[in-house]
Design a protein around this ligand. Structure first.
Ligand code: SF4
Length: 219
């Protein structure tokens, strides 16, 4: 793949605040400046359709509608065409964009860029090109330090964390990036320095739990 032309990803702290809201279920998606990119709609990803997306179900070809036994109650999955595209993508446009599934509203490929990851997974060339092109702006050294902590968390989750007995961290790139955002505080302000991999793994779990606990606090 040719190197990508840089694309402005926006102010990092502003984006992070919005993305953390999405991860807590408190914000209904971010506003991604997709331009003409259809990377996430062409990446061989089944899209979860929740109960609130029921109006879209009749638009999906029956053979691409999946209802796995272990799916959460009320959730179906919309498969993809042979070429990896979503069945609702027509002429590079989402035919239901204003009513697109919440799954699509929540997805923001800048999360991979924030985590310093060059790929969203196997066989996703359009998406990988885009996430390699994004460039965040940092308004302060403190913002840059937070970004570095997220990248350190993602690097740990992709490397040393996998060897720590008793911990089962996610392997999917999107889950790694999400966990890195949630648990990056374990890597801030030099907290990770001198810790063993096992101690860091525990710190990551604790930080992620703290992140999750915040969602239950009153606004
Ligand atoms: S429903 Fe629309 S936004 Fe979601 S993957 Fe399909 S084409 Fe893309």
């Amino acid at each position: 793949m040719n190197p990508s032309e840089p694309i402005d990803a926006g102010d990092f702290a502003t984006w992070l605040s919005q993305m953390q809201g999405v991860l807590r279920g408190a914000t209904a998606g971010t506003d991604v400046p997709c331009g003409d990119c259809v990377g996430c709609c062409s990446s061989r990803w089944p899209v979860a359709l929740r109960a609130e997306d029921a109006a879209l179900v009749p638009l999906v070809p029956a053979w691409l509608l999946q209802e796995p036994e272990d799916a959460p109650e009320g959730v179906r999955y919309m498969g993809y065409r042979e070429d990896g595209t979503c069945p609702l993508l027509v002429k590079r446009q989402c035919r239901v964009y204003p009513q697109r599934p919440q799954t699509c509203r929540d997805f923001d490929c800048r999360i991979f860029t924030a985590a310093g990851m060059a790929s969203a997974g196997a066989d996703k060339p359009l998406l990988d090109k885009r996430l390699q092109a994004w460039r965040f702006r940092h308004a302060s050294a403190a913002d840059a330090a937070v970004h570095e902590a997220i990248q350190a968390a993602a690097a740990f989750l992709q490397g040393a964390a996998r060897e720590v007995p008793g911990f089962h961290f996610p392997a999917a790139p999107i889950a790694i990036a999400g966990l890195a955002l949630k648990a990056h505080t374990a890597f801030l302000d030099g907290k990770a320095a001198g810790l063993s991999a096992a101690e860091l793994a525990r710190a990551v779990v604790d930080a992620a739990r703290t992140f999750g606990a915040i969602e239950s606090l009153p606004a």
